[in-house]
Design a protein around this ligand. Structure first.
Ligand SMILES: C[S@@+](CC[C@H](N)C(=O)[O-])C[C@H]1O[C@@H](n2cnc3c(N)ncnc32)[C@H](O)[C@@H]1O
Length: 218
């Protein structure tokens, strides 16, 4: 019996993207979010590049998932290295890439701790870094910083220390002060802090604390 059938049987609200994320059922997550548009942080970063006259570039889309952001990058003439450690991620992505843009995409199945970053104009890490195990976070972050060229950007999210999932043992969460420290060496162009409680009718309401970041490397 799949999760949705179990929900019906137990009279629970159906599993949503956040329920799949909580238990790291990424296959379920990809199906739940398939077809959704690019993240606001990526759009803002791309708009800033365009305002500077850069209408293309090379981005690493870290933990790209089913590929919503990679598709946006490709559609805006960027070259993309999309990485993820889940074997199903890239079948969702490749199936939606127009033939003419396929040469601009490389996909690599790799986990955070084995990542090798090429030099790039941007690292995009949408809702990705919180899922890095804490013991690998510092090395991963240092690799991200090193890979972005001066004037390039980081776009993505950090989850806050007041977020419900901060108590899960394999997650990386940060206070606002810690986020600011990580971004030393960058000009912060966006730091939007979202803190809220889910409505009670959700399957498993939680408290969210998310930092939405766009930052330009000095
Ligand atoms: C919440 S999803 C985000 C996907 C996409 N970036 C988005 O914005 O929707 C988290 C992603 O992290 C990937 N992931 C989880 N643990 C990972 C690890 N150790 N190494 C690489 N990717 C990982 C999952 O496969 C999943 O695609």
């Amino acid at each position: 019996m799949n999760e949705q059938d179990k929900s019906k049987k137990l009279d629970l609200p159906p599993m949503g993207a956040q329920d799949f994320s909580e238990i790291e059922d990424w296959s379920g997550y990809f199906n739940a979010v398939l077809g959704k548009g690019a993240r606001d942080t990526l759009i803002a970063a791309l708009d800033s590049f365009e305002q500077e006259g850069f209408n293309s570039g090379f981005a690493v889309d870290l933990a790209a998932g089913e590929g919503r952001d990679s598709l946006e990058l490709l559609g805006r003439n960027w070259h993309v290295l999309a990485t993820d450690n889940h074997p199903e991620a890239f079948s969702h992505l490749w199936a939606r890439v127009p033939e003419v843009l396929k040469p601009n995409l490389t996909t690599t199945e790799v986990s955070f701790n084995d990542m090798k970053f090429p030099n790039c104009d941007m690292v995009n890490a949408s809702f990705a870094l919180p899922f890095c195990e804490p013991q690998h976070f510092e090395v991963l972050w240092n690799k991200i910083i090193a890979s972005i060229r001066p004037g390039g950007r980081f776009a993505g999210q950090f989850f806050g220390s007041r977020d419900t999932w901060a108590s899960l043992p394999n997650r990386s969460h940060h206070s606002r002060e810690e986020v600011l420290k990580l971004l030393d060496g960058f000009s912060i162009e966006m730091i939007r802090e979202e803190e809220r409680d889910d409505p009670p009718e959700l399957r498993k309401p939680k408290h969210w604390q998310i930092f939405h970041i766009v930052a330009r490397k000095h």
